[in-house]
Design a protein around this ligand. Structure first.
Ligand SMILES: CC(C)(COP(=O)(O)OP(=O)(O)OC[C@H]1O[C@@H](n2cnc3c(N)ncnc32)[C@H](O)[C@@H]1OP(=O)(O)O)[C@@H](O)C(=O)NCCC(=O)NCCS
Length: 177
């Protein structure tokens, strides 16, 4: 059964084989943004795997962000499992987002991040949805705050990108926030 999560301005939906070319194009730095650019070329989308089903399993997943006004695909949200202890209850979803440049600054990213957290709380038992971003990525920090995430901590020197170590700021929504 395919996933579709409707908001006011955007919809999250499963990735389909028709999206493969688009996703390959979006893996270029000019699309995914400098904060998501680790200088590592991404392998092309596995078309055979995609033909077998959507990009979701018990450890990670990805959905397309679609603008409702014109049905255009404008980016992706993704998540993966983080563990803070050996028991299932200590798992958390770590989410990420990238919108194409033209779609930024219209509130779509905020709604998409709210929707993906709502979706993960509704469809799994985990207690925590988290996200981290560069301390200089003010648009993402503001967007996460508007999407209901709480700022928690700065992780010093935790990410190596563009020839330097970067500090990240951590945000989370708990199921009972
Ligand atoms: C980060 C991103 C997801 C935000 O989504 P978006 O749709 O552009 O964001 P929104 O329009 O919902 O909100 C952005 C907020 O940040 C603010 N903002 C934008 N640029 C800013 C800046 N340079 N300084 C401070 N605030 C900024 C906006 O004013 C807005 O807040 P407001 O509504 O209070 O005015 C999107 O811009 C994106 O995909 N960027 C590239 C990839 C990326 O950085 N992903 C996150 C990596 S961890």
């Amino acid at each position: 059964m395919g996933v579709t999560v409707d908001g006011v301005a955007v919809r999250l939906r499963d990735v389909t084989p028709d999206d493969a070319d688009l996703l390959d194009r979006w893996s270029a730095p000019e699309f995914k943004g400098s904060f998501n650019d680790f200088g590592i070329p991404r392998a092309p989308v596995d078309r055979e795997a995609l033909a077998r089903g959507p990009m979701r399993n018990e450890r990670n997943g990805q959905l397309i962000v679609e603008r409702l006004s014109d049905g255009e695909a404008i980016g992706t949200v993704s998540w993966h499992l983080e563990r803070y202890g050996p028991n299932d209850e200590s798992g958390a979803w770590n989410v990420g987002i990238a919108l194409i440049p033209d779609a930024r600054g219209h509130g779509y990213g905020t709604e998409a991040q709210r929707l993906v957290a709502d979706f993960l709380f509704a469809t799994t038992n985990l207690h925590r949805v988290e996200a981290s971003t560069d301390v200089e990525n003010l648009a993402e920090q503001r967007s996460l705050e508007k999407a209901g995430f709480i700022r928690e901590a700065v992780l010093r020197g935790v990410q190596y990108r563009a020839g330097a170590w970067h500090d990240l700021v951590n945000y989370a929504r708990l199921r009972d926030d």
